[in-house]
Design a binder for this molecule. Structure first.
Ligand SMILES: C=CC1=C(C)c2cc3[nH]c(cc4nc(cc5[nH]c(cc1n2)c(C)c5CCC(=O)O)C(CCC(=O)O)=C4C)c(C)c3C=C
Ligand SMILES: [Fe+2]
Ligand SMILES: [Fe+2]
Length: 345
């Protein structure tokens, strides 16, 4: 068949050659168990902690430890923690990410499809990328919702995207959202939302901790930019907040330590205790590295953190919420996404 004949032939809308040109945004976060139960948590932790981007110990050494010890002890403890924060609509991380996608869809209008996926557990990145392609999206903005880049979060999400694309004969075109730790829209959203929350407290706290998820300290020396990104976010945010709350001291800490290696310091839990013991009576903790509230913010910081602070002599403790699907948070997401979609829509 000549080129001319084939071009003259009418093409049905569902023909694979039909130029659909549909654009999608896929919001991605870490992932969470399907239920706050031992079995579901074990499946989730097996996938998560088998990721060589997350635990950088040779598999021949790590897998026996993971399967022989950790997966026999941690799921029960973690399931109990998840049960304390589980809501009507499931895991907070999944429920909030779904709400962010819905709110962004409303802002972007019918010209762009917005969906969400998780790096571990469900809904998987592979299933969503395949479904978007199937539905005629030939351009996808892949947006891992980690303001600070790390190998253990951003890179592994992009790895999973790459693995999904590797299964496709005809791939969609891809853009990925870069880290946004110092984006003016991000710092402005945090300043607005945290100022609102702090102003609603009975008093301005003496100390505000900016608590970021930790990482093994070794990753810093290997060149992972995560620690530097956290420090820069903290500096810009502290400068922005100083205008509204000049008396409030702002410090940076790292939470959620896992395993035996040395992690980034200072640690959030020991700092909360040390501050109370040193005479600080009122404290607030913000977690700017989390785009959505999750186990690590709602259980570790809001519940355990309060117990620690009060037991050490503190009197007033507030765990501030993440940007989630607040107006400020959605203004930021919309701005970042529109910037990345330039030329596509
Ligand atoms: C926001 C950035 C995150 C970084 C960086 C990060 C690194 C990291 N995490 C672990 C181990 C665990 N993290 C767990 C939960 C968890 N971690 C993040 C985010 C980051 N992790 C989130 C958003 C969550 C919450 C998930 C939820 O369902 O709500 C857990 C599981 C829970 C538990 O059993 O405690 C583990 C384990 C490592 C080892 C690591 C860096 C190498
Ligand atoms: Fe984590
Ligand atoms: Fe934790």
């Amino acid at each position: 068949m000549s080129e001319m004949t084939s071009q003259a032939m009418p093409r049905p809308a569902d023909h694979p050659d039909a130029p659909t040109g549909k654009v999608a945004v896929l919001l991605v976060n870490l992932g969470t168990p399907d239920a706050p139960e031992k079995g579901a948590v074990k499946r989730y932790l097996r996938e998560f902690l088998s990721d060589r981007r997350v635990v950088e110990i040779p598999p021949l050494v790590w897998q026996p430890i993971l399967r022989g010890i950790i997966l026999n002890t941690r799921p029960k403890k973690s399931a109990h923690a998840y049960a304390q924060v589980w809501g009507q609509d499931g895991s907070p991380l999944a429920a909030i990410t779904a709400r962010q996608a819905k709110a962004l869809q409303a802002r972007m209008g019918a010209g762009v499809t917005v969906d969400w996926a998780m790096r571990y557990g469900n809904p998987s990145i592979a299933s969503k990328v395949a479904a978007l392609k199937e539905a005629g999206h030939d351009r996808i903005l892949f947006a891992p919702l980690y303001p600070q880049y790390s190998g253990a979060t951003t890179a592994t999400a992009v790895d999973a995207l790459g693995a999904a694309l590797a299964e496709m004969r005809w791939q969609p075109a891809i853009r990925t959202l870069p880290p946004y730790h110092d984006a003016p829209a991000y710092i402005a959203a945090l300043k607005a939302d945290l100022s609102r929350q702090i102003s609603a407290l009975p008093q301005v706290p003496e100390v505000l901790l900016l608590s970021f998820h930790g990482m093994p300290e070794r990753t810093l020396h290997l060149g992972d930019p995560y620690h530097c990104h956290c420090r820069k976010t903290a500096r810009l945010l502290a400068e922005a907040l100083a205008a509204d709350f000049p008396q409030m001291r702002v410090d940076t800490t790292f939470q959620s330590r896992f395993g035996k290696a040395k992690w980034l310091e200072p640690a959030t839990d020991t700092t909360i205790e040390a501050e109370a013991k040193a005479g600080v009576r009122s404290m607030a903790v913000a977690m700017p590295g989390f785009s959505a509230d999750c186990l690590e913010t709602l259980e570790e910081i809001a519940l355990q953190g309060r117990d620690t602070f009060l037991a050490a002599g503190g009197e007033s403790y507030a765990a501030l919420t993440c940007l989630n699907d607040t107006e400020a948070g959605m203004d930021m997401l919309e701005a970042l996404v529109r910037r990345e979609l330039a030329g596509w829509v």
